[in-house]
Design a protein around this ligand. Structure first.
Ligand code: URA
Length: 229
C-alpha cells in the first residue's frame, strides 16, 4: 500500500492534510523521515507520525524441528500442536507454511507473514520438499522410474509431478517433491503397497533443517534464509 493511503486510513486526516504532514517531514518510516507519499509500505515496517506510532508489526519467521506426535495446526482438541512448542509471547498471529502428518518429523516453517508463506505453499510455486523415507518393505527396483513418470491420484484426478527418488539402502530413500499433495509421500509408496514407517522432512527449497535443532526446538530464520522465498 502507498504510504499516503496508509496514513489516511489510519488517522482522521484528509488527503490534503496527509500530503501536508508528509511535506512538513512529520512522518517516519523505519526511523527515516519520508516526504514522498507514493512510497510503498508493507505491514512489517514501523510507521510514525510525530510521536504517534501508526504501525509496529514485526515479521516473525521461524524454523522448527517437528517431533513425531505433534500436530501441524495452530490448535487441536487432543494433541499438542507445533504452536504449543513455542513460548506464549511468540504465538499470536503465527501460522504454518505447510503441514506435516502427525508422525512425520523435520523442517516446519512458521510465520505471521501471509505473503511469504503463500510463496512456499501455493501449488504453482514448485518449491522442492526433500524427505528421508523409511519403508516397511524393501523399495521396488523400478521406484525411481515410476516416481519420475508420476502416479495417478484418483481422488484429486491428477498425476503427480515428476519426483526425484534416491535409494539410500534397501529400506531408506530420499524423495524430492515439487508439490505438496495430501499424504503425498505415503500415497506414492502406497502405489507399491509399501508402508512408510518413518518420514522426515530435511529441506524446503534451499533451506535445510538446522542440524543443531533437536526435535521440538526452533530458531528464527536469518535475513538470508527469509530472502530464499
Ligand atoms: N507426505 C506425507 O505422506 N506426509 C507428510 O507429512 C508429508 C508428505
Amino acid at each position: 500500500m502507498q504510504l499516503d493511503r496508509f496514513i489516511q486510513l489510519n488517522t482522521p486526516y484528509s488527503r490534503s492534510r496527509v500530503k501536508r504532514l508528509l511535506a512538513e517531514g512529520r512522518v517516519r518510516v523505519a526511523g527515516d523521515t519520508v516526504t514522498d507519499g507514493r512510497l510503498s509500505v508493507d505491514r512489517f515496517v514501523r510507521i510514525e507520525l510525530d510521536d504517534q506510532l501508526l504501525q509496529e508489526c514485526q515479521g516473525y519467521y521461524l524454523m522448527l524441528h517437528k517431533p513425531a506426535g505433534v500436530v501441524s495446526a495452530t490448535t487441536h482438541p487432543e494433541h499438542q500442536t507445533v504452536i504449543d512448542l513455542l513460548p506464549p509471547a511468540l504465538r499470536p498471529g503465527l501460522h504454518l507454511a505447510g503441514r506435516l502428518d502427525l508422525k512425520t518429523t523435520g523442517l516446519m516453517l512458521l510465520t505471521n507473514d501471509g505473503n511469504w508463506s503463500r510463496r512456499i505453499t501455493q501449488p504453482t510455486s514448485k518449491i522442492t520438499k526433500v524427505y528421508r523415507v523409511t519403508t516397511q518393505d524393501a523399495v521396488a527396483a523400478n521406484t525411481a522410474e515410476v516416481f519420475r513418470q508420476g502416479i495417478y491420484f484418483g481422488y484429486e484426478d491428477i498425476t503427480t509431478q515428476p519426483a526425484e527418488f534416491e535409494r539410500l539402502d534397501s529400506h531408506h530413500s530420499r524423495l524430492t517433491l515439487y508439490e505438496g499433495r495430501y499424504h503425498q509421500v505415503k500415497r506414492m509408496f502406497g502405489y507399491f503397497d509399501n508402508e512408510v514407517t518413518e518420514l522426515h522432512r530435511e529441506k524446503v527449497g534451499d533451506l535445510n533443517l538446522d542440524p543443531s535443532l533437536l526435535p521440538g526446538e526452533f530458531r528464527a530464520l536469518t535475513a538470508a534464509e527469509i530472502a530464499l522465498f
